[in-house]
Design a protein around this ligand. Structure first.
Ligand SMILES: [Zn+2]
Length: 491
């Protein structure tokens, strides 16, 4: 057995490593394994690591109350924050936004999803988070609010603070929430010009909880839900009114169910029925699942639900910093790979519209829904253009990757891009022409047999990866040249 002091106590170097690893969200048992690799004679258990972490936390407080330490750290870290106490001096709400989150929020200030998450701190304060949408259709944390409870006045306070983060006169176009009256009222007060859409998934969950018991047969319940779905997908007011009349007749015997739908959901129909919600630029967000996904990610960072607010804030910082780095990396990499001004996600949507424009299934009448909700030209517009290019102005700024100020390599000149892409095409064309005829035909067949892949850009990327192999150049040329002709965008 090792009797040396270094086997039972942590060295200064080990304490420093414990501090760093714990800050990075690494679990005590993993910290222990890592330390043992450096010092195989170390005779400590996980409990010692826990104790050392508590000691580090205590020392960092430097006799300050936890809240004071938290506020000082928020200030030192460049956070935007605010705090409120009740008349007895208890904390009622605290909002904070990481400087990186503020950059993202100002850059993508159009659509936000908000939700509350629970059981993430030892004070059991609900944590309201507001989640934004990037050019790549990924999510980012905008700001967090610890609230004593979910009263309307607290929501008003939180949204006023959020409004300050967004900046003067910068109101979001859309905020998607669940059907919480206090929050809906607060949005109306603070952001009167913002559309507040309700999550259709949450509505269905509520209907299930309140109405399912009134349907004895499963088959009747399934029929009810599909009738409801048809109702909420009504494309215009007339068809909604007709669908509602049929709904009323069909369920007139189920008085409770009809009364529940009529009193609970009908007053808010404009917030979730397609006839109204599809006139709003929500970028495809009709549910709050984006915020729930963000919660799941956050919980992975938090690991346990008994942390203090200060520790929760530290873990949130970790999550935000990683998220910001991911968006930044994606911006840089898409600029290099896709060589354009808009994100790969938006190009993919455009490509699908381009495909739809030549399909015989394309409805003859354009309802303008895709353009309005996604901020991108629809199949009808592409068909009508009958020209080779789209204008950059036709693309909503949300999808632009050349406008984002938080990237260092923020501008690649358009001329360079054109030169790069035309040079590449010439090279590919040249190599294609030298291919044996059989190989050309083989690849032509293969191209037509993969009719609709999940993502055209994945094909482009795959083709790019294989571009060194001459036999793959045809597919690359075909897709890339289509992209260039149809959706390469000029300023
Ligand atoms: Zn259309």
């Amino acid at each position: 057995m090792c009797g040396h002091l270094s086997c039972r106590h942590f060295s200064q170097e080990e304490i420093l490593r414990i501090k760093e690893m714990s800050k990075a969200g690494i679990q005590p048992h993993q910290i222990l394994s890592s330390l043992r690799q450096g010092n195989p004679h170390l005779q400590v258990v996980s409990r010692n690591i826990y104790n050392q972490i508590s000691k580090i936390v205590k020392e960092s407080l430097a006799r300050r109350p936890v809240i004071q330490a938290l506020l000082e750290e928020l200030g030192e870290g460049g956070f935007t924050y605010n705090i409120e106490y009740d008349h007895e001096g208890h904390l009622t709400h605290l909002i904070f936004a990481h400087p990186l989150s503020i950059e993202l929020t100002k850059s993508y200030s159009y659509v936000f999803v908000r939700d509350c998450t629970y059981k993430n701190n030892k004070y059991m304060m609900p944590l309201l988070d507001i989640v934004g949408v990037s050019s790549f259709n990924t999510s980012f944390y905008s700001c967090f609010v610890f609230m004593q409870n979910e009263k309307e006045e607290y929501y008003v306070w939180a949204l006023k603070m959020f409004s300050k983060i967004l900046g003067v006169d910068n109101h979001p176009m859309v905020i998607i929430t669940d059907s919480e009256l206090a929050l809906m009222n607060a949005i109306r007060i603070v952001f009167p010009s913002t559309s507040n859409l309700l999550c259709v998934w949450h509505i269905e969950k509520n209907i299930l909880a309140n109405c399912k018991a009134y349907f004895e047969e499963e088959v009747d319940w399934i029929d009810f839900i599909s009738t409801w779905t048809i109702l909420i997908q009504s494309p215009n007011e007339t068809s909604f009114n007709e669908a509602w009349s049929r709904f009323e007749v069909k369920y007139k015997e189920r008085k409770f169910v009809l009364k529940y739908i009529l009193s609970t959901w009908l007053p808010y129909k404009e917030k979730f029925v397609s006839a109204w919600s599809e006139k709003v630029t929500h970028f495809g967000n009709c549910v709050t699942s984006r915020a729930e996904g963000a919660h799941a990610t956050l919980k992975k960072y938090l690991q346990v639900s008994t942390r203090g607010l200060r520790e929760v804030k530290e873990k949130i910082c970790l999550a935000i910093e990683n998220q910001f780095q991911e968006i930044k990396t994606q911006l840089s990499s898409e600029k290099v790979r896709v060589v354009t001004h808009v994100s790969r996600f938006a190009l993919n949507e455009l490509y699908n519209q381009h495909e739809a424009s030549s399909s015989c299934d394309l409805p003859s009448l354009c309802k303008g829904q895709f353009l309005k909700t996604m901020g991108l030209p629809c199949a009808h517009m592409i068909k009508e253009m009958n020209i080779e290019v789209l204008q950059l102005n036709d693309i909503h700024p949300q999808w632009r990757i050349d406008r984002r100020l938080f990237v260092n390599d923020r501008h690649v000149s358009l001329d360079n891009e054109r030169d790069q892409i035309s040079g590449l095409l010439l090279e590919i064309k040249d190599k294609y022409e030298k291919l044996p005829l059989t190989q050309k035909e083989g690849y032509q067949k293969a191209t037509f047999s993969t009719k609709r892949g999940p993502s055209k850009f994945e094909i482009v990327e795959k083709a790019q990866k294989c571009a060194r192999q001459v036999c793959h150049f045809f597919i690359y040329l075909l897709i890339l040249s289509t992209m260039v002709m149809i959706i390469y965008i000029y300023v």
